[in-house]
Design a protein around this ligand. Sequence first.
Ligand SMILES: Nc1ncnc2c1ncn2[C@@H]1O[C@H](COP(=O)(O)OP(=O)(O)OP(=O)(O)O)[C@@H](O)[C@H]1O
Ligand SMILES: O=P(O)(O)OC[C@H]1O[C@H](OP(=O)(O)OP(=O)(O)O)[C@H](O)[C@@H]1O
Length: 214
Amino acid sequence: MGEILKVAMPKGRIYTKAAALFRQAGLAIPLDVDDSRKLVVPLPEMGMEFILAKPVDVPTYVEYGVADIGIVGKDVLLEEDRDVYELLDLGIARCRMSIIGLPNWEPGIQQRVATKYPNVASQYFREQGQQVEVIKLNGSIELAPLIGLADRIVDMVETGQTLKDNGLVEMLSIFEISSRLIANRVSYRMKNTQIQELCDLLQKVIPVPEIKIK
Ligand SMILES: Nc1ncnc2c1ncn2[C@@H]1O[C@H](COP(=O)(O)OP(=O)(O)OP(=O)(O)O)[C@@H](O)[C@H]1O
Ligand SMILES: O=P(O)(O)OC[C@H]1O[C@H](OP(=O)(O)OP(=O)(O)O)[C@H](O)[C@@H]1O
């Protein structure tokens, strides 16, 4: 067997979905890692080692080569803009990045947009020729328009429940988001056989997107 493949896995909602996908592909990885505080999980039978990371840090570990590959949301990839290869769209943790506001929103002179994705949001509004002040928040973004910090937000929408519960409306969807398999540039060459084998296994079980008929 070749060298151990180091995989940066995001803790939280992507882990569960990625683990189910790996299992469908015949790789018996643990389905849950939340009950343990252990952050490095050796999986010698599969020739892998999992590094359990905060989702936003996955591209950093992969760019620096301390992880050979990783799984991360396209939202984080767009925001972090790290020098990594994007190998596969895994089709899991699907949602969209949208512009959201109060139902009676009207453009004012001073526009403020709160978001967890300041780079993506700034670029988007710049490209649209709209002058806005972007405010970085780290969670519960929907609070911002409710309490008057910003008049709009850029955030993730999946079921729309969070918006509904807070009386907000999705004004425009700007990106389709799903999780991606990424690789370090050097690892991709040095461990190509192992990485390619994993890609081939995963590719066979990637879920087909649901077609929504309105
Ligand atoms: N409502 C959602 N539905 C589906 N996927 C989502 C949703 N919200 C976020 N995601 C995807 O899951 C990824 C991880 O989200 P998660 O909520 O697990 O972590 P986080 O909130 O970014 O980090 P942390 O929990 O460490 O603060 C996001 O980067 C995005 O790609
Ligand atoms: O359309 P929905 O199905 O309601 O999902 C959207 C919500 O999910 C994410 O929040 P998360 O649970 O990650 O919490 P956060 O506020 O800490 O980011 C996102 O930021 C939205 O708030």
